[in-house]
Design a protein around this ligand. Structure first.
Ligand code: M6R
Length: 606
């Protein structure tokens, strides 16, 4: 999961490439590089670290050229270093790559036998040598097709050629790739976000396709080299401008945006006049769905798990959840009457996309819940339910998590009324309650002083645990994930009732433990489990709601009280303090909040 960009223009391109690389940094940020063609030569500059290091290096040498490619890397083959940074070039050709070439070792050995000399430890370098080899005796399109046919694995590529200095070739299999149209210039990028400052006219390459980009025109080809026509999409203006503004971090902004993203999403799906959820052209009727399976990765998986609890509570359907990277390799029994639901913010996560493709191959019903509507997962699903959150840039998912849960909840409620699993009056009440959700989230967000001081303790902790039961269990997992990825603190999310079966042994004197226990059906049980960890020396932060007057223990270290709501909706509120806890703890530790170490926003490799 790296980011690639290419620009061909009638003016120098290096500063625009740098600008786009900064936008792409959410995809990888361990090294960066640019190659341009100038005066008949390929000029390459690469640096270890962030794009700003590359920018400094470039400012000292004046990198000219009206055509160029750039890359931000998230290391897969070979550690982060200047040599392993992309582009990878021979004297005549330069390549940037996002993805993994699975047969790179075999190809490298063959190429070495033919006299090719390799500089880096990357899988990518075989691509540029293969291209150089085929270019000796083939025309451009044949060279591209032969090279792509030799590659196993996934890729999005940007390629420039010293001897054809007016073109950039883009090619895609598995990893996303967009093409943009500008005035006297055209672009290639990993996603539309990288191109947004330059254009709102975008085309997406499908798997197996490649394109030849000149500054005045773009030609598209299928995997056999046959010319094809592609639709140009127009991006909306609110997708075009998304900056941090006065916020220090995108994550802080994205947490604060949650009341409005919740409101937007409800406005999109809820018809307030008729008190009805509108899923606009939902293609299946109640006889066709007997079960649902929710699939995702990371935070998106946690929203799937939340969905399991809601579907079980509100419908009579069988419900199952799966982590995409597990689902894709298991011997699954595909069911015709099952609705397979794919949840993903980016819509480009490789494992989730592969799981979707597997379902498509098995001809079952697929629906995706995504944020990026132009993404591969959205384009390839039978039915799409967008979460309407706007861009999410912070690597740690926040507003998208709430958005995913909300759309899953709406879908669940709608199915439940269609199946007559819920009474009309209960359904009406639940929809009315949703109308209050945005304000409740807002009030929860405003309350942050206590969390700031609590985060001092977490910042010094070696490890911590997050416990919850029922609706609060997926939130415990999510709270722990946020603390891990942002504060680099070992954090375990656990069903509170499971502690006595092993994890209780981890509790030491002074270990911070978050217990999520709003006053729902599980409250009493969770409070008992809380006593068990307190008795073993844990410092408990109890997350409950304002209507709980009597707390049964005097030994609770801290209590945070959120607003009171109906049981179904507590997950939307209990999530907020946990997002903030991770944020402030990471801030205290001086971490890079929006770009935590070793991670990337969009995981487009396995
Ligand atoms: O784009 P997706 O929702 O498919 O991404 C899935 C996970 O990679 C993502 O949720 C990840 O776990 C987040 N960084 C967690 O904050």
């Amino acid at each position: 999961m790296c980011g690639i960009i290419g620009i061909t223009s009638n003016k120098p391109v290096s500063s625009s490439i740098l600008h786009s690389l900064k936008k792409l940094e959410y995809r990888g940020y361990d090294s960066a590089g640019i190659a341009t063609i100038d005066n008949g030569n390929i000029n390459e500059v690469k640096s270890l670290g962030r794009v700003e290091v590359l920018e400094k290096n470039i400012s000292q040498i004046n990198l000219e050229g009206y055509i160029g490619i750039g890359h931000v890397r998230w290391a897969t083959h070979g550690m982060p270093s200047t040599i392993n940074a992309h582009p990878h070039s021979t004297e005549n050709i330069s390549v940037v790559h996002n993805g993994i070439i699975e047969n790179s070792i075999n190809l490298k050995n063959l190429l070495i036998k033919k006299g090719h000399k390799f500089k880096s430890e990357t899988d990518t370098e075989v691509i540029v040598h293969l291209l150089s080899e085929y270019m000796k005796s083939n025309e451009l399109n044949e060279t591209i097709i032969k090279t792509l046919n030799d590659l196993e694995g996934s890729f999005a590529l940007g390629i420039i050629f010293k001897d054809i200095p007016n073109i950039i070739v883009g090619a895609r299999r598995g990893s996303p790739l967009a093409v943009g149209y500008g005035p006297n210039e055209n672009y290639l990028g990993s996603d539309s976000y990288a191109l947004k400052s330059m254009t709102n006219k975008i085309t997406y390459l499908n798997d197996g396709e490649f394109c030849v980009i000149k500054k005045e025109e773009i030609d598209f080809f299928d995997h056999l080299g046959k010319k094809i026509n592609k639709k140009v999409l127009q991006l909306s203006s609110n997708e075009l401008n998304y900056e941090k503004g006065e916020y220090k971090h995108y994550m802080a902004k994205e947490i604060d945006e949650q009341p409005s993203t919740i409101k937007n999403c409800i406005n999109e799906y809820v018809d307030k006049i008729n008190n009805e959820i509108n899923l606009l052209n939902f293609p299946w009727n109640k006889e066709q769905i007997k079960s649902v399976k929710l699939i995702g990765c990371g935070t998106a998986f946690h929203s799937c798990l939340m969905g399991k609890y809601w579907f079980e509570e509100l419908t009579n359907l069988d419900v199952d959840v799966d982590i995409a990277s597990e689902f894709r390799y298991r011997k699954n029994k595909f069911k015709e009457d099952c609705l397979y639901i794919f949840v993903s913010q980016s819509g480009e996560t490789a494992d989730t996309y592969a799981a979707l493709n597997l379902c498509k191959k098995n001809k079952v019903k697929t629906c995706s819940i995504i944020n990026v509507v132009e993404s591969s997962i959205a384009r390839d699903s039978d039915f799409v339910l967008p979460i309407h959150c706007g861009p999410e840039i912070g690597v740690a998912s926040t507003k998208a998590f709430l958005g995913q849960m909300l759309v899953i909840y709406l879908l669940c409620l709608k199915i439940s009324i269609l199946m007559k699993d819920i009474k009309r009056e209960d359904y009406d009440k639940k929809i009315r309650n949703l109308g209050l959700l945005s304000d409740l989230v807002k009030k929860t967000i405003l309350d942050e002083n206590q969390i700031q001081s609590i985060s001092n303790t977490f910042a010094e902790a070696k490890g911590s645990m997050f416990l919850g039961r029922g609706f609060s269990y997926p939130i415990a997992l999510e709270g722990a994930l946020k603390l891990k990825e942002l504060a680099y603190i070992h954090a375990e999310g656990y069903p509170a009732g499971e502690m006595k079966h092993g994890p209780l042994a981890l509790i030491e004197d002074g270990m911070p433990v978050v217990v999520i226990a709003p006053k729902d059906d599980y409250y009493k049980k969770t409070i008992s489990n809380m006593q068990e960890v307190i008795a073993r020396g844990a410092k408990v932060l109890l997350l409950t709601n304002k209507d709980v007057n009597q707390i049964v223990s005097e030994n609770i270290w801290q209590i945070i009280k959120i607003e009171t709501t109906n049981d179904d909706l507590y997950p939307f509120l209990t999530t907020i303090p946990l997002q903030k806890l991770a944020y402030f703890t990471a801030l205290k530790k001086g971490h890079d909040i929006d770009k935590p170490r070793n991670l990337a926003k969009s995981v487009t490799v396995e």
